[in-house]
Ligand binder design. Structure first.
Ligand SMILES: NC(=O)c1ccc[n+]([C@@H]2O[C@H](COP(=O)([O-])OP(=O)(O)OC[C@H]3O[C@@H](n4cnc5c(N)ncnc54)[C@H](OP(=O)(O)O)[C@@H]3O)[C@@H](O)[C@H]2O)c1
Length: 390
């Protein structure tokens, strides 16, 4: 393809704006269009998508999701010049990418790693899937945006991008965990961020510092919680495997239009839901069953496998095992609440208890009513010596 290229950029959101601006700044012939009619300084805009693509050698999509890609492709298909190549930088499902690759004669599936600053600087990592001839034709434009890594096919490119974003979500959630632990220790946020910047999460902390200070910021979201949650939902649907990160991100109590870094700063779980778990720990520490009666609803059952058989104790059965005195080896025992997940009026929690030769994993179901949170039921697994008592 001879230069200069004529490029239509469809979708002038965060990434589309940065991409169109960069290509226009390199004196390429760029025309943009976006559904909302938003205009971008330095980029010529068309009044509709058909007008935008009609004379373009390359149509570049920067749409929110696969559905938006499909809608726009359906809209412009008849206006695309015969030899025009559609380059799709959107993060979509592998099956959606395959579908578009089948529908369009000249198609490059090209999801990108890197956010707005990388698009602006031309340092994106581009996972490009296309036959060699088609890829060669769009190469100068992709080279202007970053580094191209050729990938086998559209589905693989889309899948790799989702896996990459799964690791990004993991990093955001790891940062959330570290900030919560630091807050619980009363450490000053600025000092915590300085130190975290030196470690494994350093790149993320450095890039997102303005969103992490705990103070309001005017900085515009570069990559939204909603977009990352979309990607993790696509991945979970494609794999049909449980995704803790997808659930955590989707349940984040923050504006989906906020930057992903805001997901790292949401407060820790409310103390109220921890109250029955703390009463439960006090019951074990003191041997005083009244703490268990504070912790559990009266209808609770305590269930697990003992001596090879399923046992379901009522709360009275359970309390009868405690005589009001701490276990003789209490000084060597320890307990840790591993996870608490609140979903409105219900919550799940897990706890590990190291009790002498036994280690227990307790799994709790909690319910909140007008009187507050209580444990509705507990199931446990006893590791190691089966002859020890709970
Ligand atoms: N932001 C990042 O850091 C980043 C990095 C890598 C990859 N990505 C991926 O790149 C894509 C774009 O991300 P972004 O951050 O730029 O998202 P964004 O700011 O939300 O922009 C989304 C774009 O899609 C358009 N759109 C949404 N639904 C549409 C529909 N039904 N029909 C037509 N247009 C529609 C929007 O149009 P209007 O706003 O004009 O209505 C907007 O132009 C997403 O797939 C995202 O996952 C983003």
């Amino acid at each position: 393809m001879s230069t200069p290229h004529s490029i239509a950029v469809l979708g002038l959101g965060r990434m589309g704006t940065a991409i169109a601006t960069r290509l226009a700044a390199l004196d390429l012939d760029v025309v943009g269009w976006t559904r909302s009619g938003r205009r971008v300084a330095g980029v010529r805009t068309a009044s509709g998508p058909n007008e935008a693509v009609a004379t373009a050698d390359i149509t570049l999509l920067a749409m929110f999701d696969g559905q938006a890609c499909q809608q726009v492709v359906d809209q412009v298909r008849g206006s695309l010049p015969k030899e025009a190549v559609v380059v799709n930088t959107s993060t979509i499902a592998p099956a959606e990418a395959t579908m578009l690759a089948r529908q369009l004669v000249h198609y490059v599936h090209a999801p990108v790693l890197g956010s707005v600053p990388a698009a602006t600087a031309g340092t994106l990592q581009i996972l490009a899937a296309a036959d060699q001839g088609t890829l060669d034709r769009v190469r100068p434009v992709l080279d202007a945006l970053g580094t191209v890594r050729r990938v086998e096919d559209a589905s693989t490119a889309a899948a790799l991008k989702l896996v990459a974003n799964n690791s990004l979500a993991g990093a955001v959630l790891a940062l959330r965990d570290s900030l919560r632990q630091a807050d619980a220790l009363g450490l000053p946020r600025a000092e915590v961020l300085n130190v975290l910047e030196l470690g494994q999460l350093g790149g993320l902390v450095a890039r997102k510092r303005s969103f992490l200070t705990g103070r309001p910021t005017d900085a515009r979201a570069e990559f939204t919680i909603g977009a990352l949650a979309k990607d993790l939902a696509l991945l979970a649907a494609a794999t049909d495997a449980p995704s803790r990160s997808a659930a955590d991100l989707a349940a984040t109590p923050a504006d989906p239009e906020a930057d992903i870094a805001a997901a790292a700063t949401v407060p820790a779980v409310d103390d109220a839901v921890l109250a029955p778990l703390r009463a439960y720990i006090r019951g074990h520490a003191t041997g005083d069953p009244s703490h268990f009666r504070d912790a559990f609803r009266p209808t609770a059952h305590i269930e697990g496998i003992r001596d090879g058989g399923f046992v379901s104790w009522s709360l009275d059965d359970y309390c009868a095992h405690f005589d009001g005195r701490p276990a003789p080896n209490e000084a060597t025992r320890s307990r840790r609440t591993d996870s608490v997940d609140v979903h409105g009026t219900v919550a799940t929690a897990t706890m590990t208890l190291w009790h002498g030769v036994d280690t227990f994993t307790d799994v709790f179901l909690l319910v909140r009513d007008g009187a507050g949170w209580r444990i509705a039921n507990k199931a446990y697994h006893r590791h190691a010596n089966p002859s020890s008592s709970a």
